[in-house]
Design a protein around this ligand. Structure first.
Ligand code: LLP
Length: 412
């Protein structure tokens, strides 16, 4: 959805300079068409298999994005009471919500049960007992899946790999059958599925297929024992192309391959994609403040920093950076850095960049997922605005924070 037209970078039919000029920077911009196309690619690829595409809210939890997906019929994967609150505010259907995460509190469990979510993806027996006890108090039955840890290497950044035996996530797949058996003694929970999520930014999806194979075998044996398992939750994880040379797997190819694995098993399939829906849809707009040269390096100092987009600092992640107005000719090798007082505050290192000058605008690509949601007020920097583009229209969906916002709730 992003392309140059007559030398200017556009999102759908909107010239990004218009947004930068009017809203200021740093500013996140999202293409609604890109988000909806990706969600529909999942939804349509399942064809006649009963399924729910549960968008992983953590990737981009803006109300406008959630509301757009809710209208398209999306389900939601949440990991906190705050995400549940957002989904409900945005008009999401609780009956299409699954609740994941290793540390759900009793308060969060109660809110989820009261709102009538579909399913808990449980990560420990302790949590299962807690859900049983809260459900008992409320006089309801909670449906759950165990999130199993299949001991499959997702081959991604170690911080976002989750499916190995020494990770904190899930219940060892070898122990899962026993846990399911023991849950028969709990009267307020009902086993309804098995879930699995082995990691994020997975470019070669064969480990996800391998994990799904193990999960499907487990389901078969649980069903043979008479447990009422009627769904499989495949988690999220499909990666996107961040840099030249990355080959993003096709959503349709992935689901087609998955369908072959699922075959004739009569199961509802849930999937929890986040990044592959929101990631490519967004850019972070920033303005060049200064150019600076040290004996060893060139720097492009911009007004966005690690507090706006922490992925480069945290995971050494690569995000392409392009000028809003295309330049020809000279390029420089430079670090693109923000104003935060840390050497780790960079958006790019030793990057071949257009020879941009102060007041030029840049777009940091693939920033629609795990961008704004991971932003902070570090260095007392107000978080930037968010804008949603739809065809030739755009609107601010979150205003830039003010200094007053920074001290909200504080006393001396
Ligand atoms: N389901 C569960 C249980 C998850 O933990 C996650 C992501 C997802 C679904 C969605 O995965 P996706 O489709 O987006 O890969 N902050 C990191 C990413 C952390 C992902 C955490 N879990 C980053 O910026 O790369």
């Amino acid at each position: 959805m992003y392309r140059y037209d007559n030398g200017s970078l556009f999102c759908e039919q909107v010239n990004l300079e218009e947004i930068a000029r009017s809203v200021g920077t740093p500013c996140y911009v999202y293409s609604s068409r890109s988000i909806l196309n990706a969600w529909r690619a999942y939804d349509e690829a399942f064809g006649d298999i009963p399924h729910v595409v549960c968008y992983a809210v953590k990737a981009n939890s803006s109300l406008a994005v959630l509301s757009m997906l809710a209208k398209a019929g999306s389900g939601f994967d949440i990991v906190s009471g705050g995400e549940l609150f957002r989904v409900l505010k945005a008009g999401g259907d609780p009956a299409r919500v699954v609740f994941s995460g290793v540390g759900k509190t009793a308060t969060e469990i109660e809110a989820a049960l009261r709102s009538g979510i579909r399913n808990f993806n449980c990560e420990s027996e302790g949590e299962l007992n807690e859900i049983d006890s809260v459900a008992g108090k409320l006089g309801v039955t909670a449906q759950f899946s165990l999130r199993v840890n299949p001991d499959v290497d997702a081959v991604t950044h170690p911080y976002i790999s989750t499916g190995l035996r020494d990770h904190k996530f899930g219940i060892d797949i070898a122990a899962a059958s026993d846990v399911y058996r023991r849950t028969r003694s709990l009267s307020n929970v009902r086993a309804s599925g098995v879930s699995c999520h082995i990691g994020s930014q997975i470019l070669d999806y064969s480990p996800i297929l391998e994990a799904a194979g193990k999960v499907l075998n487990l389901i078969e044996s649980l069903q043979a024992e008479g447990l009422p398992i009627d769904h499989v939750d495949l988690g999220g994880g499909l990666g996107i192309a961040y840099q030249p040379g990355d080959e993003a797997p096709g959503i349709r190819d992935f689901i087609t391959d998955m369908r072959e694995r699922i075959g004739r098993a009569r199961l509802t399939v849930m999937i929890e994609p986040g990044r592959s829906i929101a990631g490519p849809a967004g850019v972070l707009l920033t303005r060049v403040l200064y150019r600076k040269k040290s004996p060893a390096k060139e720097f492009i100092v911009v007004d966005a920093a690690m507090n706006d987009l922490i992925r480069p600092a945290l995971y050494k992640a690569h995000h392409e950076i392009r000028p809003l107005r295309q330049t020809e000719g000279k390029t420089v090798i430079a670090d693109v850095v923000g104003p935060v007082c840390e050497t780790g505050d960079f958006l790019a290192r030793d990057r071949e960049m257009a020879d941009v000058q102060p007041d030029d605008w840049l777009a940091v690509s693939s920033a629609g997922a795990y961008g704004f949601v991971q932003a902070s007020n570090y260095n007392s920097r107000p978080r930037g605005a968010e804008v949603l583009v739809e065809d030739d229209k755009w609107r601010v969906i979150r205003t830039r924070e003010t200094y007053e916002d920074l001290i909200h709730g504080e006393t001396m």
